[in-house]
Design a protein around this ligand. Structure first.
Ligand code: AMP
Length: 367
């Protein structure tokens, strides 16, 4: 039986995953007087800043039991936590966000059906179980369309574009022959994300809407506020709150959306993906908001009051990918650049090595 006792400063937060998100969560926990215990199958940047770590597989039930007994609440930095892992941990301590929220967002088909049932717009989609199913789905949705594996996709991995003349059997095999979904291509003009938190009492706080630019499917730049009408920004946040309420969510949630603009009509929002965690497009909150997304997540899972998401100014966050990080000395000497390095040794192409945030303060109002 899970012990749902109140969390106090001095207690321990268990975090599954040793990447940079785990690292920034551990640092936020420390700021609030909490200790972080990282559990991961491989060493990573989170180990360097945590009180304790366990190096073990997510299937190692003995290690999971021991880990769970030594912490007070458990969370994770990635969405692909195996169901059995979450189940074992939940026998000992609260796992937040709950596994039911994770299960709804781990599988693209389950996620899209969940959104559809809520009345939230998504790209048109069809389930594809085999090459024959792909041919039928393409006949309905047309070309171009996008085939995505139902599970384990991120940063554009597990995706293939179905073009005019593409060989469907080859495309299906190129994604490993896994069960997939086919999506119609959304003619978007912008990609945005809403990062918000929901507390154990149902309280809700959203950061201002972020506008995201990707390069080679990896987030490159986030700007806040997004260039949207106030009405569309409000709608994006309202959709996120609806999703978080429906999931009975606790913690930080990210909803990625497309903005579709048609001349003479209001902007339209289409939800692409829900990430049940802190998100790269929210890293700016470390320097640009009263409460960071990481602190907000820790507050939420501890059952503590959520902080203010107030933004300090106009923000630009740049990811440092691969060799970009070699410019760290120049960035340190750049006026207004807030540099965050993740302590990874090898700057492989496509690897997120750090980020830099620029905050242009809003001029004080002298009226
Ligand atoms: P995802 O892995 O679903 O986040 O997709 C990665 C990127 O592919 C998105 O950020 C979009 O730029 C693009 N993309 C994904 N799905 C669609 C879609 N249905 N229509 C147009 N572009 C898409």
């Amino acid at each position: 039986m899970t012990q749902n006792r109140p969390i106090s400063p001095g207690d321990s937060i268990g975090i599954l995953g040793s990447g940079q998100l785990g690292r920034m969560l551990a640092m936020a926990a420390a700021q609030l007087g909490l200790k972080a215990h990282i559990y991961a199958p491989e060493a990573g940047p989170a180990f360097d800043v945590s009180a304790t770590h366990t190096l073990a597989a997510y299937e190692d039930e003995a290690a999971l039991h021991t880990f769970a007994e030594t912490v007070d609440v458990i969370t994770y930095e990635f969405e692909n936590v195996p169901a059995r892992t979450a189940e074992v941990l939940a026998q000992h301590r609260p796992v937040l966000p709950k596994h039911s929220a994770l299960a709804r967002t781990q599988d693209r088909l389950t996620e899209k059906n969940f959104l559809k049932d809520l009345g939230i717009p998504t790209a048109p989609f069809l389930a594809v179980d085999d090459a024959g199913g792909l041919a039928r789905a393409v006949a309905q949705l047309g070309r171009p369309s996008i085939l995505k594996t139902r599970r384990f996709g991120y940063d554009g991995k597990g995706q293939a574009l179905v073009r005019e003349g593409s060989d469907l059997a080859v495309i299906f095999r190129s994604l490993g022959g896994h069960v997939s979904i086919l999506e119609g291509v959304v003619p978007f003009s912008k990609e945005i994300s809403v990062i918000a938190a929901r507390g154990t009492d149902g309280s809700f706080q959203a950061f201002d809407v972020c506008e995201n630019h990707h390069e080679h499917h990896i987030l490159s730049v986030t700007r806040v506020p997004a260039s949207l009408s106030a009405q569309t920004a409000k709608l994006a946040i309202a959709m996120t709150e609806k999703i978080a309420d429906a999931l009975d969510y606790v913690g930080v949630i990210t909803v990625e959306m497309f903005v579709v603009e048609t001349p003479g009509q209001a902007e339209r929002l289409v939800v692409n993906e829900i990430a049940p965690r802190v998100h790269n497009s929210g890293h700016w909150t470390l320097d640009g908001a009263l409460t960071s997304q990481f602190e907000q997540h820790i507050r939420a899972i501890c059952g503590w009051p959520l902080g203010s998401p107030h933004r300090h100014g106009t923000i630009e966050m740049h990811n440092l990918i691969g060799a970009d990080v070699d410019g760290w000395r120049t960035l340190l000497a750049t006026e207004g650049a807030c540099l965050h390095l993740y302590g990874k040794h090898e700057a492989r192409p496509g690897r997120k090595m750090g980020h830099v945030t620029y905050v242009r303060p809003v001029k004080p109002d002298h009226t």
